[in-house]
Structures are given as structure tokens and as C-alpha cells.
Write a new protein. Structure first.
Length: 107
């Protein structure tokens, strides 16, 4: 299968402090279109999800990077960024994140 037709997460951006927990992802859909999906949890217990309509990868990525850079600056932290060589299936990433959380909690 050609890379442009693979569905999944291409990149993740994470910001985590006591005040905020942000997860944003560049995602490729079944038709090979790019989108942004993410969620933010705040210290007071509120949360928000955000997403984009499918579009061109470069401007969507630029907007996501700008958003993350601004949030990181506001909260005095850095952005954790991970880019996959090829789209990573969403369900596998969620499973691995849950496993990592359990390992950290039991340590």
C-alpha cells in the first residue's frame, strides 16, 4: 500500500504540566487527506476536543505547530513531538499510551 493511502497518525504533539494536558495529532484519513485531531484537559477538570476538516497537510501542520508553541509558551514548558515514518494506526497508539500510563502509575 502506498504511503499516501495509509490511514493513521502521522505526528503527535503533547504538552503536559500541572495546569494543562494537551494532545494533538496530524492524522491521515482513508482517502489520504490530512486532518488535525486533539484534546485539552485543564487543571479545573474541564476539557475540550478540537479537530479540523480534511485539508492540505502543510497549512494544517503549520497551524497545529503554532497552537502548540503558543500554549507551551503560556505554560512555560516545551512541546513533546513525535513523527512516525509512516502513518501509525490510531488504536495501536492508544493501546501503547495506556500501557505506558499503567507502567508509570505502578512505578
Amino acid at each position: 500500500m502506498a504511503l499516501s493511502n495509509q490511514q493513521g497518525i502521522e505526528e503527535v504533539f503533547i504538552i503536559k504540566t500541572k495546569e494543562i494536558d494537551l494532545f494533538g495529532a496530524m492524522v491521515r484519513d482513508q482517502e489520504g487527506r490530512s486532518m488535525v485531531n486533539g484534546r485539552v484537559w485543564f487543571q479545573d477538570g474541564t476539557w475540550r476536543y478540537f479537530n479540523s476538516l480534511p485539508g492540505k497537510r502543510a497549512p494544517l501542520r503549520r497551524n497545529l505547530v503554532s497552537l502548540c508553541d503558543m500554549v507551551a509558551t503560556i505554560y512555560g514548558t516545551d512541546v513533546f513531538h513525535l513523527k512516525f515514518d509512516q502513518p501509525f494506526p490510531c488504536d495501536k497508539l492508544i493501546h501503547r499510551l495506556r500501557q505506558a500510563r499503567q507502567c508509570i502509575a505502578s512505578a
